[in-house]
Structures are given as structure tokens and as C-alpha cells.
Design a protein around this ligand. Structure first.
Ligand code: SF4
Length: 398
């Protein structure tokens, strides 16, 4: 089985636009693959595709666990020419690495980069000391748009502990790092690898997927046994000599090549080490989280002086943030609908409906936390993204 020989293991009707092997519109047609020999493998699920998708993959030759040095070398070589230049890859400052890691935990790279969140946050809070003494309002404002605001407050807790317990210098030991508030096994490993260049094990969602495919793992990777198994493989393969390059490369492989759904195995630098015969079906997870749909009804109301009625949150989820006042549907159903926004948060799919309170003749009852805000003050308040979009659109129109 030579390395040049390719194996056709999936041949179906695909609907993903941009697939290298996909037909463009019209009825599906078979593809002739210009390889001298190929095997047709597992056919399960081929009908789920609307256009032709064929994934070619070099045959598995050796397990990464049996040749870890070669595996790391192949990965590092690929990363040398394909690695992306992110701002957090240019720094070794632990504080800056920490900010990027926490931002990227629940937010896409494109969002963090494209909207300048990372550089803007560092401009406001350039070091651990500044963050440790940050007030709530500027902290939430600097985090605005990233969602999951608890992360910002937890970062401040971490900064306070680093200042109080270590004089502003991050510890380097795994145990010491994991004792800091908000720092778990993943973040501690990332700090060791990316900031200190020390041996580490770093497993995020991308790495879990890559490893489950490399090992052709047919068991769930998100239960206790599966998590332990994946971290075990990660530890066995980790490069102690070049931890920063190795971990960045493995993560990037998961983001750009061994991506969710159908991976680009032909472009994969480690396909010879990969045992997966149906990688698009991996990883196996224990069942999906059930999605709950929620309707939110908000009031758009301005007084005679042009001030906007806003609400300062004090509940658990978005404490300290501002939003439009939320009302029961029965209180606003008689009002004209102004606009709708849809957004997702954890397992919730929310439809935010905003009603024109100025269309009503009766006075509106204010509730605790409601406040009239001058239009030019609205922009400096920290506000969750869906409300910000409504306010920006409609404030200029009224
Ligand atoms: S590691 Fe991922 S991209 Fe590479 S060959 Fe295996 S399944 Fe394909």
C-alpha cells in the first residue's frame, strides 16, 4: 500500500457548496476519480448529500502513537508553511495569551479578529494589574459583543489572584496555574505551551475531533471514559521540545483541515497516520443537547425629551449589562411590532420582539432597574449584542 495510492471511502450525493468534488446543481452524476486503484468503503449515510461528495484519503500506514516523532514532524512541517499569523501567536506574555484563550473559548476566531475584540480589550486593559482593578462598567463595555459575560468577570478574578498571590507574575507550574480562579486544565496547558514554552497537554474541541479521527474512535468522546481516553492520547503525542508549535499546529489542523463534518483529507499532512475510515461520522458524542426556543418581548419607549427607556440588569446571566425593558407578552401584544432579532445563547434559541411603546396612549409602568437614558449616553453603556443592534438601528430613526 504505497503512500501515493488513494482510497475512495465515501462516494455519495453532497450538498455542501464549495466541496472540491461536488457537482454544481442539476442531477447528481458519478465522478471518475483519476487514481489508479481505489476501494469503495463504507456507504452508510450517502443519501444525506444532495450533490456528489467524494473524500479521498491516503491510506493509513502507521499509528501516530507508534511513531510520535514522525507525526509531530509532519505536523510541524505543514504548520511552518500553513500556520496563520494571529496576534496571540506573536506574543509570549502570559496575560495576553490568557485573554486570547478565554475569548476564543466560546467565540469564533473570525469574530474575535474581525471585530477587533482582542486588540481593543488589550488597549483598555493592557496588563494584569489594570484588569485586577477594573470597574464593572468598563469591563463589560470592553467585552461587549463577545457574549458569555461571566468570562470577563472571571478573567478579572484571575488577574486579582495573580496580583495578590504572585505579585503580578503568572506562575508556571500546572498545579499553581489550575489553582487560580477560572483556570482549568485546558487553559493551564495553553499558558504553559504558548506563554512559557513548557511541556503541556492541551485539548480543546478541535483537538478532540482530530484525535478521535486519528484513532478511529467509535466510542463517545464526551463522557468520563472518552475524555480520559482523549487526554491520554494527547499526552502520549504531545511534543515536549516544541510545545507551542505542536499545539498550535494541531488546533489549526482541526480548524482548517480536519474540520467538523467532511474533512479535507487530501490536504491533511498526517493522513498517513490516520485510522479513520469514515471521519465525517466522527467524533461520536453522547447525544445532542436539546434546544429550547424562547420568545422575549421588549419595549421601545422614548419620552418627550427624547430619552430612551432602558433596563439595568441585576439577574444572574447578564448582571451589570443594559437592555431594552422586557415585558410579558400580554402587556405589549396590543402594540405594533417594531423589529425582531434572533440569537442563540447556550441551548436557547431566542426570538427578541421589540414593540413600539410610543404607539400606546396609556402610561407605561416602570419596574425596578428601568431608567431613562439620554440618546448620546446609550453608546457608552455595556449592552448585549442583540439589544445593541436594535438600539443602533432605531435610535437614529426616531
Ligand atoms: S486527521 Fe482528519 S483530515 Fe487528516 S486524514 Fe484523518 S480525518 Fe482526514
Amino acid at each position: 500500500m504505497g503512500g501515493l495510492r488513494a482510497e475512495l471511502w465515501r462516494f455519495g450525493y453532497g450538498s455542501r457548496s464549495g466541496d472540491k468534488w461536488a457537482g454544481r446543481g442539476g442531477p447528481a452524476l458519478p465522478i471518475l476519480i483519476p487514481y489508479p486503484r481505489f476501494d469503495i468503503g463504507d456507504w452508510r449515510g450517502w443519501r444525506k448529500w444532495g450533490r456528489i461528495t467524494a473524500v479521498l484519503k491516503t491510506r493509513h500506514e502507521i499509528s501516530a502513537l507508534d511513531a510520535p516523532e514522525k507525526f509531530r514532524e509532519a505536523l510541524a512541517r505543514w504548520f511552518g508553511t500553513n500556520g496563520k499569523d494571529y496576534p496571540w501567536r506573536r506574543t509570549r506574555v502570559p496575560y495576553e495569551v490568557l485573554i486570547s484563550e478565554v475569548m476564543l473559548q466560546q467565540t469564533q476566531i473570525a469574530t474575535v479578529l474581525g471585530k477587533g475584540y482582542y486588540t481593543r480589550f488589550l488597549a483598555v486593559f493592557p496588563d494584569v494589574e489594570t484588569l485586577a482593578v477594573a470597574e464593572d462598567a468598563p469591563l463589560l463595555k470592553a467585552w461587549e459583543g463577545l457574549g458569555y459575560y461571566r468570562r470577563a468577570r472571571m478573567l478579572r478574578e484571575t488577574a486579582r489572584a495573580v496580583v495578590a498571590e504572585y505579585g503580578g507574575e503568572f506562575p508556571t507550574g500546572l498545579e499553581d496555574l489550575m489553582r487560580l480562579p477560572g483556570i482549568g486544565r485546558y487553559t493551564a496547558g495553553a499558558l504553559r505551551a504558548f506563554a512559557f514554552g513548557l511541556p503541556a497537554v492541551v485539548v480543546d474541541g478541535n483537538v478532540s475531533r482530530v484525535l478521535s479521527r486519528l484513532m478511529d474512535c467509535a466510542e463517545p468522546i464526551d463522557d468520563g471514559v472518552g475524555i480520559k481516553r482523549v487526554w491520554g492520547w494527547a499526552a502520549d503525542l504531545a511534543d515536549a521540545e516544541r510545545p507551542s508549535v505542536y499545539h498550535a499546529a494541531l488546533m489549526e489542523l482541526g480548524q482548517s483541515v480536519c474540520r467538523p463534518g467532511v474533512p479535507d483529507c487530501l490536504a491533511c499532512p498526517v493522513s498517513g497516520f490516520c485510522k479513520a475510515s469514515a471521519p465525517e461520522l466522527l467524533p461520536i458524542k453522547r447525544g445532542k443537547v436539546s434546544i429550547t426556543t424562547v420568545d422575549e418581548h421588549a419595549l421601545w419607549l422614548r419620552d418627550g425629551a427624547g430619552r430612551l427607556l432602558m433596563h439595568h440588569e441585576s439577574g444572574k446571566r447578564r448582571t451589570g449589562l443594559w437592555k431594552l425593558p422586557i415585558r410579558e407578552f400580554t402587556e405589549v401584544q396590543h402594540l405594533p411590532l417594531l423589529t425582531e432579532q434572533r440569537y442563540a445563547i447556550t441551548r436557547y434559541r431566542v426570538t427578541l420582539r421589540v414593540y413600539d411603546g410610543n404607539a400606546a396612549e396609556s402610561a407605561c409602568q416602570l419596574t425596578t432597574g428601568d431608567a431613562w437614558v439620554e440618546p448620546d449616553e446609550v453608546s457608552v453603556l455595556a449592552m448585549a449584542a442583540p439589544f445593541r443592534r436594535v438600539v443602533e438601528e432605531w435610535l437614529s430613526d426616531f
